[in-house]
Design a protein around this ligand. Structure first.
Ligand code: GLC
Length: 732
């Protein structure tokens, strides 16, 4: 509806109706819906007179029949027929589950990432959802934190590109409204949730303003420039203020500095948590701080519902409430909900879910997200080889990761066994579980039977070990699947120790005695510590949590039907003691570039400074090299021209990286930082001329006051193709 009519509707709302609009509840509270709880569930103590079908939004109900009923109840309950807003934790796929974001980022294929987001938007739209609580774009440099899996990783450039690709895929080109097959994006978690001290979940974040402006806030700024319609606040304290109650962060930075004009939703109970943070003295004070910070939706607490009726008797708070409700109504209007409260639902069940096309896109993204970290010749597998596939992931559906189960179904996932049988002779393949993925299924509660059915009964470890060894003895090559099970990463999954479980190491040691080449396939939501076992592998493919088409994409890579091209979006440390460790680190005044024996150098006495696998690591079955041609600066952009050549007869793609080398500045710059990338596809022995443009504004550097510093002078850019580097200089 037009603004005038919307304003007229707004003006008819009573105070209670306005307050109800600012309340967001988990679907499990509204009825007997089987909804994933994503935070502490306690009795909220909602006011007796609050009709919960009049609240502004419900989240994590994902069944279109249930959403239809819910919207009908909402419209019956609302005097002015205001529709309810449906949001959900759809993080990397609705029903077609794509590789987890940390994996997708490593594809550096931002067009394909956008395509995947378009599929997710359409599937979500056809199930009646309006807003997705993604992309999560928290920069992460600490694998002890379990949510690194949801993030695009450690690098600013990568996170900015990822954010824009997903938002564009979700929202389409917004004119006045978000049209059919599209949904609103809700980026999260504002801000810097990915840098908790000790990697411990929800822990304190404290960093300089220059690091915020130059690194951790950059992806959010890019997302706001991409017109995200919502932002979710973070749980953590940032520089002494809880992010969900900070006026500086949410009004001065988010809305004034970055110009965000959409809806700000708190994270689960984050307004109430201002009290245990020691920031609000009671629930009234928490309501004051949340409203003054400009938080429009109070997710999963009764704080706004209980405290605002009294608070808004003061004009100042009435104005703040009006501001919040107006933004909420504008969002509902942008989604066309007043004209069609059942948007998407009226076309639901049209079969546009988990289509062959979406599976193709998912398979392609798996092939481009799995990182070939090592290969001494055992890959690709050959059709005449006898292959022992050892480990539970050899035949498991549980490859979609922690968040995907909010709307996805592991039953849809293609196990590796199915993928391999499609590519290799059955008689050449032998599958042995090797060890139990879970010691017990009890943690799954009501889901226990379903998970056990999907993943198989738990058997005696000794029996599994013996069977695995027998299979390995008979084989020419061993494929060892190992790593984390899906509950070990995601929210509430911080770990202080990142090594493999003892039973995986024991089995790997046993397999090593067979004297056959071992191909490792690592399923994990985070970088693990592989230092002591890395030498056991002839080849190592990092699968992450690959999603619905994982088994097919990985089998295509293992057999050479697809050629790996992914590069790590997050560093793999050698030990926990090195954390945080990432590629764009500063030099220090005593860098370890000279004599290692000198005591007074920035180094460890008991560990290398180098990671096991650095950001950007990733091999191909082919070999490529790049050579600079020219770098030219015009007024707003630098144009890089370079050549890339395939040195082999194996066709493939390579992800070219362009890094900026450290340069003198009043805010010191990283030794190297990624500033551009391009995917180059080459046939056998083919050479191509390539061009990449870099906007000069992307090189801006901010000081601790948020002002840009002088960036004129000489720049050195490094062309990096498969780790081979070449420098070119330019003066700006
Ligand atoms: C959770 C997560 C957030 C999620 C929200 C709603 O606690 O922090 O990412 O979107 O609650 O489920």
């Amino acid at each position: 509806m037009d603004k005038k009519r919307l304003k007229n509707l707004f003006q008819q709302l009573t105070v209670d109706e306005k307050i109800a609009q600012t309340v967001q509840l988990n679907g499990s509270l509204v009825a007997e819906y089987d909804v994933m709880n994503t935070g502490p569930m306690e009795n909220l103590g909602l006011p007796e007179d609050l009709n919960i079908y009049e609240v502004g939004s419900i989240y994590n109900v994902n069944d279109f029949q249930k959403l239809k009923e819910l919207q009908e109840k909402a419209l019956e309950s609302s005097r002015l027929k205001i529709p309810m807003l449906f949001m959900s934790d759809v993080i990397y796929g609705f029903r077609t589950i794509f590789p987890m974001p940390l994996a997708q980022a490593g594809s550096f294929d931002f067009d394909l990432i956008k395509e995947a987001a378009e599929v997710t938007a359409k599937e979500s739209y056809l199930n009646g959802l309006h807003v997705l609580f993604s992309p999560m774009i928290d920069l992460v440099r600490d694998p002890r934190w379990g949510r690194v899996m949801e993030s695009p990783g450690e690098d600013v450039y990568t996170a900015k590109r990822f954010a824009k690709s997903v938002i564009d895929g979700y929202q389409g080109e917004i004119s006045e409204t978000i049209d059919e097959d599209h949904v609103a994006a809700c980026i999260k978690h504002f801000a810097a949730y990915g840098a908790p001290e000790g990697g411990r979940e929800y822990n304190t974040v404290d960093m300089s303003n220059q690091r915020l402006f130059n690194e951790y806030l950059q992806p959010y700024q890019a997302a706001i420039e991409a017109n995200t319609r919502l932002v979710m606040t973070a749980f953590n304290v940032l520089n002494g203020e809880p992010a969900s109650g900070s006026k500086w962060l949410n009004r001065d930075i988010l809305r004034k500095r970055y110009g965000f004009d959409g809806v700000l939703v708190s994270d689960h109970a984050a307004i109430k948590e201002l009290i245990p943070h020691g920031y609000a003295k009671d629930t009234r004070d928490a309501a004051v701080k949340g409203l003054e910070a400009g938080v429009d939706f109070d997710m999963m607490t009764a704080i706004y519902a209980k405290e605002l009726p009294e608070l808004v008797k003061e004009q100042h708070f009435m104005e703040l409430l009006d501001e919040a409700v107006w933004r909420i109504l504008e969002l509902k209007n942008q989604l066309g909900l007043f004209e069609n409260p059942f948007r998407g639902l009226d076309q639901a069940n049209t079969g546009e879910i988990l289509t062959e096309k979406s599976k193709e896109i998912a398979t392609a993204l798996v092939e481009k997200s799995c990182v070939l970290l090592k290969n001494q010749g055992a890959l690709p597998l050959k059709k005449d080889q006898k292959i022992a596939v050892v480990g539970p992931y050899g035949n498991s559906h549980l490859t979609i990761g922690f968040w995907a189960s909010v709307s996805g179904n592991p039953k849809d996932a293609v196990p590796l066994k199915e993928g391999l049988l499609a590519e290799l002779p059955e008689e050449k393949l032998c599958f042995a579980r090797g060890y139990n993925m879970f010691d017990s299924y009890d943690a799954f509660g009501p889901l226990k039977a379903g998970i056990e059915l999907l993943n198989g009964p738990i058997e005696a470890e000794e029996k599994l070990l013996t069977e695995a060894k027998e299979a390995a003895e008979e084989a020419d090559v061993i494929v060892f699947t190992f790593g984390e099970q899906f509950l070990e990463s995601g929210e509430g999954a911080s770990k202080a120790h990142l090594g493999l479980p003892e039973k995986q190491i024991r089995l790997l040691d046993e397999l090593k005695t067979c004297g056959k080449p071992i191909v490792g396939v690592l399923y994990t939501g985070r970088p693990l510590i592989l230092t002591d076992i890395e030498d056991h592998f002839d080849s190592l493919l990092l699968a992450w949590y690959p999603g619905t088409m994982g088994g097919k994409g990985i089998a295509n890579l293992l057999t050479g039907k697809a050629n790996p091209s992914a590069r790590l979006a997050m560093t793999f440390p050698r030990s926990e003691g090195q954390i945080p460790i990432y590629h764009a680190q500063l030099s220090t005044g005593r860098p370890l570039t000279s004599d290692h024996s000198d005591r007074f150098i920035s180094k460890y006495r008991d560990e290398s400074n180098e990671p096991l696998f650095t950001f950007g690591s990733g091999l191909s079955y082919a070999d490529f090299e790049g050579t600079w041609q020219t770098a030219k600066a015009e007024k707003e952009a630098i144009t890089f021209d370079f050549k890339v050549k395939n040195l082999t007869e194996i066709a493939g793609e390579t992800v070219v990286h362009i890094y900026l080398k450290q340069r003198p500045a009043s805010i010191v710059r990283p030794v190297r930082s990624l500033v551009a990338s391009q995917i180059v596809s080459l046939g056998e022995h083919e050479e191509k001329e390539c061009r990449v443009q870099l906007m000069i504004k992307e090189l801006q550097v901010y000081d601790n006051y948020g002002n840009t510093i002088d960036s004129s002078g000489e720049y050195q850019f490094e062309l990096d193709v498969l780790g081979k580097k070449e420098i070119i200089s330019i003066t700006l």
